[in-house]
Design a binder for this molecule. Structure first.
Ligand SMILES: C[S@@+](CC[C@H](N)C(=O)[O-])C[C@H]1O[C@@H](n2cnc3c(N)ncnc32)[C@H](O)[C@@H]1O
Length: 343
């Protein structure tokens, strides 16, 4: 009551109540309450201005069930589009952990097509219909907004880039364990000792398994493979993108990816930054096959041609290199792959 009376007495001629409330909040960080009685004696409470949008509660005109695919719980593009538009604005990021048939990607693309926005999306899906339903839907939605019986009705394709990752699963880890047969003496030990020894032996016997990232992975980083099973197919040797995996492990925002040829081999170089507790670190990663490298010649070329801007950290695969201030990628790689023990 006091605040409202004070407002009426001192400020109401100069500014409306909303402006008084916001000015007071900015100056003192205090949120004022205003209460008054109207002419009929009814108590009225002041509702301050908000910086978020109130959604319309009229949903009757929004279709909810989608029919683009035969997915049983497909939502309608209109419904997800309306929600995405409210929450994400023209350049926001829409995250859908339960992507299903991919309605969210479709809706975001349609919104961008309509208003030239630059919304992005991230989808997560556990089902193996990702390959047969979700991915084809994204491709089709980019090609045309309007399809009938498998034929595009409009030629209104948009420029679109999407990237997808399969995350290593428990089954992948099991498929990649390679056990070396124990020697006779070790077998004898196994018979004598308990579970602890069994664990130790398993660790020892499987130390060369690809899931544990043997040193060879860092000598030929572009050839590193794991046996990966897709659906019900038998596992196949599949190349793993170590460069990208490392970006994720260190939380790197990649600004540029570059490719060079030097000493008859390919160099992949990424530039970007990592947010750390100490602030932003500018990072360069350098990857190449290490066999037969002339390290001095390499360092000369890298220092002169590639490290021309100020950086805080340079990661290079392989333990040996003469590049200025470079550290071996594998140390950080392995540290980040280790399961963290809870505090
Ligand atoms: C109700 S559907 C989503 C429908 C979607 N909005 C559409 O319009 O097609 C839920 C989806 O979440 C997926 N899902 C459930 N648990 C998951 C998890 N832990 N990780 C990833 N996806 C998951 C299911 O496989 C299913 O495809």
């Amino acid at each position: 009551m006091v605040s409202y009376e004070e407002y009426l007495a001192k400020h109401s001629e100069r500014m409306i109540l909303d402006d008084y409330y916001l000015q007071h909040l900015a100056e003192t960080d205090e949120k004022l309450d205003f209460v008054r009685q109207n002419e009929e004696g009814v108590v009225q409470y002041y509702v301050p201005p908000r910086d978020y949008k109130l959604m319309s509660d009229v949903w009757l005109n929004v279709r909810t069930r989608g029919d683009v695919t035969d997915f049983t719980t497909e939502k309608h593009v209109e419904l997800i589009g309306k929600i995405s538009d409210w929450v994400a604005g023209e350049d926001g990021l829409v995250l859908d952990f339960f992507a299903g048939s991919g309605t969210t990607a479709h809706a975001v693309m349609d919104l961008n097509r309509e208003d030239g926005g630059e919304r992005k999306y991230i989808l997560v899906e556990i089902g193996d219909y990702f390959d047969t339903m979700l991915k084809p839907r994204i491709l089709k939605a980019a090609f045309s907004a309007n399809w009938k019986d498998g034929v595009p009705q409009d030629r209104d394709g948009i420029s679109h880039m999407f990237k997808y990752h399969s995350i290593e699963s428990y089954e992948d880890a099991l498929n990649n364990i390679r056990v070396q047969p124990p020697e006779a003496g070790q077998l004898e030990l196994l018979r004598q000792f308990d579970d602890y020894m069994l664990n130790y032996m398993l660790d020892f016997q499987t130390r060369d398994s690809p899931t544990l990232l043997a040193q060879e992975a860092f000598e030929k980083p572009f050839d590193y493979t794991l046996r990966i099973q897709q659906g019900h197919e038998s596992p196949e040797d599949t190349t793993v993108d170590l460069v990208e995996t490392f970006h994720y492990l260190i939380g790197m925002h990649v600004r540029r990816l570059e490719q060079y040829e030097h000493q008859s081999r390919t160099y992949v170089v990424s530039r970007g930054h990592v947010r750390t507790e100490r602030g932003i670190e500018h990072v360069v990663t350098i990857w190449r096959d290490t066999a037969g490298l002339d390290l001095e010649q390499e360092a000369d070329w890298v220092n002169r041609e590639l490290l021309t801007e100020l950086v805080d950290r340079v990661y290079v695969n392989g333990y040996e290199n003469y590049i200025d201030n470079a550290e071996p990628t594998e140390i950080t790689f392995r540290e980040r792959m280790e399961p963290r023990t809870p505090p």
